[in-house]
Write a protein that binds this ligand. Structure first.
Ligand code: SF4
Length: 295
């Protein structure tokens, strides 16, 4: 409990009980436990309740609160300008998979070394709870006059088919588990995404904490589950299994790592091969001073 108090925001205007608090706590703890150089951590957010996350951070990192749906584009620019930075995107399902879905898909082709965290609550919380892209067809939350008539996007399926090389799902009320997923995603070489099931107690009275608690189970506790690609020959098989697993939703909902593949070069490595003079100091495991060294 002491550790959690340390990360309690000094102020916040999120509703009491919001799943965003769990994501904030998990992310702060992950950053601290990894021992990252805080001057080199940048959090980029879009618009929505989740977009306020950089403002509420207790750890002294840099935050950029950008335009609706454009957080991934900003993050890509930041990472390319200085590849020694750890860049994390926080966005809602409406932000990243609605107006920002073009960027969400396109960045998959690049495998750029950033982490994307989706605050997935099925509603546009900041604007009074309209149906967002992940709300299933036929669901009527208390903020909708009629059941949703649109089909839902499956974020994991979309990420897997777009080229993300680390794909996971977390749960906002299991902070310890989510923290470990965030640590894995940050350490992963390449593009990582975590779809976080984030109950919105104010507008989504269907996918509540009680609803999720009955259904969620952990992939790593299943005896035969192995999401790691160890060589290029395994890619097709592991991807197929991850896609199949991403479709499981209903009485049982899996969380954990669905897919992890470090056999594909990151965007930074591809650039460094194509134009060695540009990233002459990359890759490096040590913090490096980029300023003045690029030519
Ligand atoms: Fe959280 Fe929903 Fe309130 Fe937004 S509206 S702060 S997502 S509970």
């Amino acid at each position: 409990m002491e550790a959690l108090k340390q990360f309690k925001p000094e102020w916040s205007d999120w509703c009491p009980g919001c799943g965003n608090f769990g994501i904030l706590n998990a992310e702060q703890q992950a950053i601290m436990e990894l021992g990252l150089n805080l001057e080199r951590v940048v959090i980029v957010s879009g618009i929505g309740c989740s977009g306020k996350l950089p403002h509420f951070m207790r750890v002294p990192i840099s935050g950029v609160h950008t335009l609706h749906g454009r957080a991934i584009a900003f993050a890509t620019g930041i990472k390319l300008a200085n590849p020694s930075l750890e860049v994390i995107v926080n966005g809602g399902d409406g932000d990243l998979l609605g107006i920002g879905v073009g960027h969400f898909v396109s960045v998959g082709r690049r495998n750029i070394d950033i982490t994307v965290i989706i605050h997935d609550n099925g509603v546009y919380g900041l604007t009074k709870g309209q149906a967002s892209p992940t709300l299933l067809r036929g669901i009527k939350t208390k903020s909708l006059p009629k059941p949703n008539i649109n089909d839902a996007i499956n974020p994991l399926f979309l990420a897997l088919s777009s080229g993300y090389t680390f794909v996971a799902r977390g749960y906002a009320y299991d902070v310890k588990h989510l923290k470990e997923l965030i640590k894995m995603a940050i350490k992963h070489k390449g593009l990582a995404v975590i779809d976080v099931l984030q109950p919105c107690p104010t507008y989504n009275d269907i996918n509540t904490k009680e609803w999720y608690d009955k259904r969620i189970y952990k992939l790593e506790e299943q005896p035969d589950w192995d999401p790691v690609v160890r060589n290029e020959n395994e890619v097709k098989d592991k991807l197929k299994k991850a896609i199949e697993k991403s479709l499981e939703w209903g009485d049982r909902i899996p969380i954990g790592v669905f897919y992890k593949n470090e056999t594909i070069p990151s965007f930074e490595e591809r650039i460094s091969q194509a134009a060695p003079s540009y990233y002459q100091y990359y890759p490096s495991s040590q913090p490096i001073e980029i300023e003045g060294k690029l030519n």
